[in-house]
Design a protein around this ligand. Structure first.
Ligand SMILES: [Zn+2]
Length: 367
């Protein structure tokens, strides 16, 4: 990402987008440098997968000129630092990763509770909601008073069709409405899909988490709501419209019918994308298609093995807010290191993947 160039272009070509950029973000780019002792040259290059360095060690330039781009969203508090060199580190994918993954999924099928959910999972006090390709179950160790599972019929979580994914959302909303019918105090729906264990799933078998909460939404959404309201009050404009306008001007966003999506410049972690839909994904074919195509592109083209998908919904009592879907890659399954460390928890997120490469892959996949 040639950030300085992008900002210059934006300033000349689209002053409105440039104004939004400076209203929403603080940012800078710089170069980090270092000295590498000759005794370390070969080893340093091998860490980057360079096994046959050029004679003049031109490859060492990548260490000596590391481009850093830092963003901070002053409204939401999201912040990310990009360093593309980090993506070049070898060992992030193991040889034969795909084979390992298939074996893991196949082996886990031998004694899988979720393959027979009606026998081996608890049900909600009102029973189960059954979709064509999924079924609900109570969460045995609840996150909240209303906390259930959406168990997919397919064991392999990475195998899903548009029809199946559509059914997951439709069944989820039937569950949200059922809970609301039972207890109107609970009117904030929330859904997450933690795909495989790097994303926090304890079971390999494909499943999402369904939640309903009362009084106020979950912390991250409540924080976002406050930021959006503050933006409206102080700027007089819709935050999401401005965010999309800016990302579109930067070449990082696209729309499909009424649905908009953008690869964020302040991702929580790798390849985070934000999808905005005026209608619930259970109702909108466009939203279903966008989510499906992006997920399939992540899995099939970008090699994502483990991801989190979160669905932010407006309250079931009011309809003035868009539906937001966030998807983030949680890194390769077969390396021991966690993708998030102290920086992500207490500092700023560190990202390697260039958002421009991510949107390019999605566009190519789309066509
Ligand atoms: Zn299973």
């Amino acid at each position: 990402m040639k950030w300085e160039e992008k900002v210059r272009e934006l300033k000349n070509s689209d002053p409105e987008a440039y104004a939004i950029l400076n209203r929403i973000y603080k940012y800078y780019s710089d170069r980090g440098t270092m000295k590498i002792p000759s005794s370390f040259n070969e080893r340093a290059l091998s860490y980057m997968g360079v096994t046959a360095p050029s004679k003049n060690n031109a490859s060492l330039k990548m260490f000596k000129e590391q481009q850093i781009i830092k963003f901070f969203n002053v409204w939401t508090g999201e912040g990310t630092i990009f360093n593309s060199l980090r993506a070049s580190r070898p060992g992030l994918k193991l040889e034969g990763d795909a084979k390992h993954l298939q074996k893991l999924i196949k082996d886990s099928k031998k004694r899988c509770d979720f393959c027979d959910p009606e026998r081996y999972t608890p049900e909600d006090s009102f029973g189960r909601i059954k979709g064509k390709f999924c079924i609900t179950a109570a969460n045995i160790a609840k996150y909240d008073a209303w906390s259930s599972l959406l168990i997919f019929k397919k064991h392999n979580p990475l195998e899903f069709s548009l029809q199946e994914l559509s059914d997951y959302f439709e069944t989820a909303f039937k569950w949200f409405n059922k809970v609301y019918q039972k207890d109107e105090r609970y009117h904030f729906p929330f859904m997450v899909w933690n795909c495989l264990y790097k994303a926090g799933a304890s079971q390999i078998h494909g499943h999402g988490q369904l939640l309903m909460t009362r009084e106020f939404p979950y912390a991250k959404m409540e924080n976002l709501n406050s930021s959006v309201a503050k933006y409206k009050k102080e700027v007089g404009k819709d935050y999401f419209s401005d965010l999309y306008y800016l990302h579109h001007a930067l070449g990082l966003a696209q729309s499909y019918g009424e649905v908009k999506f953008m690869v964020s410049i302040t991702p929580l972690k790798e390849k985070e994308i934000l999808i905005i839909s005026p209608e619930a994904p259970s109702e909108s074919n466009e939203a279903k298609e966008v989510i499906f195509k992006i997920l399939r592109c992540y899995v099939d083209v970008l090699g994502v093995e483990s991801f989190n998908l979160a669905l932010y919904c407006p309250s079931l009592k009011s309809y003035g807010y868009p539906y937001l879907v966030k998807i983030v890659d949680r890194g390769p399954l077969f390396i021991n290191t966690a993708d998030m460390g102290g920086m992500e928890l207490y500092g700023s997120s560190i990202a390697a993947n260039d958002p421009y490469k991510v949107i390019k892959s999605i566009r190519e996949y789309w066509i």
